[in-house]
Design a binder for this molecule. Sequence first.
Ligand code: GLA
Ligand code: ZN
Length: 675
Amino acid sequence: MTDGVLRFGADYYPEHWPETRWTTDARLMREASFNVVRLAEFAWSKLEPREGEFDFSWLDRAIAVLHDQGIDVVLGTPTASPPMWVMKKHPDAYRVLEDGRRLTFGHRRHYCPNHEGFRESTRSIVAAMAEHYAANKAVIGWQTDNEFGDRCYCGSCGRAFARWLAKRHGSIDTLNERWGTVFWSQEYENWDDIQLPSRIARAPNPGLQLDYFRFSSDSYVDYQNIHIDILRRLCPDQWITHNLMGFKYDQIDYFDLAAPLDFVSWDNYPRLAWAMVPEVDVPAVALASDTMRGLKRKGFWVMEAQSGSGGWEDISVAPRPGEIRLWAWQAIAHGADGIIFFRWRTARVGAEQYWHGILDHHGEVGRRYEEVRRMGAELARVGGKILPTQPRAEVALMLSYDSRFAFQAQGNNPAFSYPGHLRDIYAAFHRLNVMVDVVSPEADLAGYRIVLAPALHVLPAATADRLRAYVEAGGVLLGTARTGVKGIHNEVVDAHLPGLLRDVFGVRVEEYDSPALGVATQLRAEGAGQNLTGDATANGWCDILAPEGATPLMVYEAQHYLGRAAVTEHRFGQGLALYAGTFGNAALHDHLASRLLDAAGLAEAMRPAPEGIELCWRQGDDGTRLLFVLNHGVEPRSVVLTEAFVSLIDGLPVRGETVVGAHDVLLLRTGGNLI
Ligand code: GLA
Ligand code: ZN
């Protein structure tokens, strides 16, 4: 996918700047060792100013200027910002919000993915671009649209939803049965009767709600296929990707969106989501990269890497000296094979005037450019050694979009967040510097020693069977509260919890309690859990467990369930299944992580490091191991290297106690052929 080149560059908008400036930009990019830029993903109005009238001349010239400096190009299909003539032609293609309000012109992502006329306009611009650039040697690949997402509640979606439901459920009687529409007299007579769910009136039918969220996800997958079909047909020599939004984005099943792509890209803004928070959530950023790698279980690109303060309205904390490079190296350590910074130069106009790029508004080079240039020089030296290696993990974290969607409709407890819970469990492994793959509920689990399947709320029988077989064959499994509660139509199972996995966990949920916000219930270690020390608490949920073959590891210290099991483990077949009937605090997650790693025979993989230090490995088939020592802290730290390494950059030996500076990174290599 990268023709043996680790790609490095920026998102560039030549249409925002005078043409006389382009050569200066291209020269500065070459001096920073760029070998790629992304162009045109919002340039529809400049490429097709009027219906059917295409103008590629300016883009051809920009590409030529860049290519002269040895820089290749990724082109975005520009559909995320349909221009005025498109919207005038299809006035009912504006996206509609859940409360019925229709978007207006003047922003972006204002279209409905199901609108037939808009889809026709999409085909036309994508085909024209594809025809024009298929043979252009500078164009190596395509990005579909830009950050697909946002649910639509318009009439086109309503009609498409009815068709989607008819295909899924076959008959209206079946749908009534599966959704349980007998409740509150909600039976439907015809497909046309079904209206889009709205939470304005609270609590829509859970079956309707989950199916609508699935449909909405499928709508973007389907809309993306319009782009992909055309590009595959007309541009067989160029690859296709899309820029996804990491772990946090929750309205599209990213496994589905990624399936038809050649590889996944994503947009990494560590100081965006927590804009005004002084600390970056390092494990969350790591989890995002691991999720993106997990979507296709292969290397990915960062298509937008933060290179300045973010800001549409307020302006976020500026990346500290070293952070732009550190985050880029962190992404590479987690499997990135391409880093593209957002954006080359801060725009003087438009909604993103304060979304800072490598260059500030004035266009002169400064500290952020120098940092990027330094990294470019490093990659030019060592990129070729990194590409043949990949992160490898023996621990898998299962991410279920069905469960995520179901929890969006019914949160269960206000202290609980499904993505937050996954992040917290992941963070315990991250603190131990154990690499984790993020996998789908359909993934083949055979290669993993540990599978973390927290809060697998909507549990299809096939997934339960896969997990059962996995443990039987010797795997170590973690399940947590609210597992196995729902069948695939969002109906509660007619069984004791954890439903289909009751035998595997050897435990029955006798009763549960959904504690009030802020209430933490103390946990006490028991039996085999005695070596677990620290201040573990149950938070957000308390399952009262009746062991059926499992042994308790922790019990509650309060309420009517004082002394009752909260965490259990169960030998099942050749393996072990741990069940934590709560969401818990970090101390609990630390206990669980070390217990699981111990049980899986991976105790040696635990490598706690000084505060702020993250360790990651990429491995090659020839036995090469690359170690990335990333210091996210503001103080220099020393690490003790017990093996002989060579520094990747200068080939010098490194061993024993070694200092890594604030926001700096050590790139080390061992194994394979060291010379
Ligand atoms: C997203 C988009 C970009 C830009 C940045 C900053 O990631 O893909 O076009 O808007 O955010 O806002
Ligand atoms: Zn719509």
